[in-house]
Design a protein around this ligand. Structure first.
Ligand code: ADP
Ligand code: ZN
Length: 719
């Protein structure tokens, strides 16, 4: 039989079946050289080997076999992203200890006995255990549920009041009840939910764009699709772009379905991951909330994939296997015959145009839930403001903040730049301090008293002497980051409580969450934040959003600059006025006539997308044409460029399908961790089968030494 392993061999290996037999999809342990490795029986053997030399499968693992659908999915994603199948299998087996026997743990539950001496604490433990109706908890869980110390629980074991038992660690997830806590929906929401439920009942593949402004109840509506999947006995997956939000989200799901679903992302412990992987595979977890890699979990009966904030760039994996989880979700669902719901207030142009063309269905929620209304949006023209070069808050914005403070409402100032200042410049020689390993400038972080490279993470203390010319005390911070903005705001409003929300200022997701909760309860008057605040947090007292630099995303020539700015501004503005009080968003800009800024202010999203789609169509750019990026890297810049030039000259296989090569040019980040990076861009018509041509083209080169080549199909960031 043919066994695929996760080792980088790039082919299926032949093995003999073990004594007890073996079947397609079985997870097995096989010998490979001196080692034992994990593999999956992929199909019949290739043959052509000396039968006597073929080694035997060691054993079949005690996990549910990989379904045919998953094999097809891995093959298709591998071939689409031009990734070896072994690397795809690695993505699908990212759970530790799959080959271990299920380990046991001690659990505690109510027994028949009673202790000789009853105390208040003991009574609480017994009551808590009785509430569980025979279910066992770990020592700490039971102690916590009863509000006592672990020793009180232990003390009840001898009398038999509490039983101590071994139980498999990988326990099933509690059943979710689709009818537990549904909300009464508005007419609009009801119609949307009904459309999703009908699709779910039909049990066929479909993709639906669920569009609605922030706060319109998209989550409430797609949870109805999840409920329907549960009623149909199918599993559901909800992908979220930001794991910091998942705790809040799980609580919300608990309120809706009576129990918490499974959770899957990098912050989940190894043992819990193992449990989730196994329980998904045996159908004992019904719903998973997770990050993009949850897409590769071994669902047994997946009926629904929700991609929340589908336009979010974090769905694109930018190293290792370069895949876009949103697109791969659609692929997996189409193989399975499942439903995909893409939820967003500001969909990507790709999704929007797929809905326009009828490839995707579309459900619109047109208004915010309850009394909340969309904030009014206005530009502040910065040109007549004549601010000093180290000031960023205009007088108009200042006045608006003063007004909120008087009303005890909150203001949010948005600046998508972490740290104190993006540039540190020597006033004597003009040099900017750059990273030693990357072509990136070091960003000053004053809270950390460090210069940090946002590319590779390298950090060093802020020098007092210029590293280039040796001049003393001539280094100056140029430009604003959130920390510097906080300094200005504190000076302008000395009586205000100012909070800075930036991902680098919090040790853990939990610290961040706590801070956000405190702020939501009113612990700050002015919030200063990066992109982090644009996503899903709810601040009921917030009525003013000030965007410090609305032009920031429009610089550079990135294909998606306009789209991104539009999405981000709309999303940030959506933070204002979520409760009863109406909000306003003020955008500071030096180019109020810019079509994107005008599009944002006009609030006519359909017009903005139509115009943006027209431009891309004329240029044959995605989604109306196809792009692939080729990143070459190595330590010797000249060798990297030589390789790039060779590929550019030998473009026959691409020209055959009418595709065109651009470059080589330095990649967006031209040097990372000491390696030079060069980029080629391949552009083709939409209808072209690009991957086979790319394969033939790349096959012309043999990579020598430390040279590397990576293919990025549908690149997200470039130029
Ligand atoms: P979105 O996902 O579009 O941002 P949500 O589903 O999170 O919107 O809804 C915003 C807020 O309004 C949430 O607190 C949600 O619980 C509440 N909400 C939305 N619809 C209803 C409803 N029909 N009944 C009660 N509360 C609702
Ligand atoms: Zn660096």
């Amino acid at each position: 039989m043919g066994v695929l392993t996760a080792q980088p061999l790039d082919r299926v290996l032949d093995y003999k079946a073990p004594a007890g037999g073996c079947w397609k999809g079985a997870y097995v342990e096989v010998p490979l050289g001196p080692r034992k490795v994990l593999g999956v029986v992929w199909g019949p053997g290739q043959g052509g080997y000396d039968v006597a030399k073929i080694r035997s499968v060691i054993r079949v693992l005690d996990v549910a076999p990989m379904r045919e659908e998953m094999q097809v999915f891995l093959e298709k994603t591998g071939s689409y992203t031009m990734t070896p199948l072994s690397a795809m299998l690695r993505l699908a087996t990212r759970a530790p200890g799959l080959s271990d026997p299920p380990s046991m743990r001690k659990v505690y539950r109510r027994g028949a006995g009673l202790p000789d001496r009853m105390t208040d604490a003991r009574r609480r433990v017994i009551a808590a255990a009785e509430d569980l109706g025979g279910l066992g908890l770990t020592l700490n869980e039971l102690a916590e549920a009863a509000g006592v110390t672990a020793s009180v629980v232990k003390g009840l074991v001898t009398s038999g009041a509490i039983l101590e038992e071994q139980s498999p660690r990988d326990s099933a997830f509690p059943r979710l009840d689709p009818d537990y806590g549904g909300k009464e929906l508005t007419a609009d929401q009801h119609a949307g939910a009904e459309a999703l439920r009908a699709g779910q009942r039909a049990g066929r593949y479909e993709t639906v764009l669920l569009r609605g402004v922030t706060g319109s109840g998209k989550t409430e509506v797609y949870l109805e699709a999840v409920a329907e999947a549960l009623r149909q006995g199918r599993q559901a997956l909800v992908l979220l772009p930001e794991i910091a939000l998942s705790a809040e989200f799980l609580t919300r799901l608990e309120a809706r379905f009576g129990a918490k679903p499974a959770e899957w992302h990098s912050g989940v412990t190894m043992t819990e991951r193992r449990r989730v992987w196994r329980m998904i595979g045996s159908g004992q977890a019904q719903v998973v909330v997770g990050a993009r890699s949850a897409l590769f979990l071994p669902f047994q009966n997946l009926g629904l994939i929700v991609v929340d904030e589908e336009h979010d760039t974090s769905y694109k994996q930018e190293d290792g296997v370069l895949y876009n989880a949103r697109d791969m979700a659609v692929l997996r669902a189409s193989i399975l015959g499942a439903q995909v719901v893409l939820a967003s207030a500001t969909p990507s142009l790709e999704t929007w145009s797929n809905a326009e063309s009828g490839k995707y269905k579309r459900v619109d929620l047109t208004s915010r839930y309850g009394p909340a209304v969309l904030p009014e949006m206005r530009a502040i023209d910065m040109r007549p403001e004549k601010l000093k070069s180290d000031r960023w808050v205009s007088t108009v914005l200042q006045a608006a903040i003063t007004d909120r403070m008087a009303k005890e409402e909150q203001s949010l100032l948005f600046l998508n730049r972490r740290g104190y200042a993006p540039v540190t410049l020597c006033r004597a020689c003009g040099q900017q301090i750059a990273c030693d390993h990357c072509d990136a400038r070091m960003v000053e972080h004053r809270f950390l008293k460090q210069l940090v490279c946002h590319q590779c993470g390298e950090s060093k203390p802020v020098p007092t002497v210029c590293p280039s010319c040796g001049a003393e005390d001539r280094l100056a911070a140029v430009g604003p980051g959130v920390e510097r903005l906080a300094e200005e705001v504190t000076a302008l409003f000395p009586q205000a409580r100012v909070a800075v929300l930036s991902s680098d200022l919090f040790g853990t997701a939990r610290d961040l969450k706590e801070q956000i909760l405190k702020i939501a309860e009113g612990a700050a008057d002015i919030i200063i934040g990066t992109q982090l605040v644009a996503k899903g947090h709810n601040f009921p007292k917030l009525t003013l959003v000030g965007v410090i630099d609305a032009d920031l995303g429009l610089q550079g020539s990135d294909l998606r600059a306009a789209e991104r700015t539009f999405q981000l501004m709309r999303q940030v503005a959506g933070r204002a006025g979520r409760a009863e009080k109406p909000g306003i968003a003020l955008l500071q800009t030096y180019q109020p006539e810019h079509p994107v800024i005008r599009g944002i202010l006009a609030g006519d999203e359909e017009a903005f997308w139509t115009a943006e789609a027209d431009e891309r169509r004329i240029a044959s750019m995605p989604p109306f044409g196809r792009l692939a990026g080729i990143i070459l890297s190595g330590e010797d810049l000249q060798k990297v460029f030589e390789l790039g030039n060779f590929l550019a000259r030998n473009d026959g296989p691409l020209r055959q399908v009418g595709a065109q090569v651009l470059g080589p040019a330095p990649a967006p980040i031209a040097r990372v961790r000491g390696r030079h990076r060069v980029r080629l861009l391949v552009k083709a018509e939409k209808s072209v089968a690009l991957q086979p041509a790319l394969r033939r083209w790349i096959a012309q080169v043999k990579l020598k030494g430390d040279l590397r080549l990576a293919v990025d199909i549908d690149p997200q960031s470039f130029f």
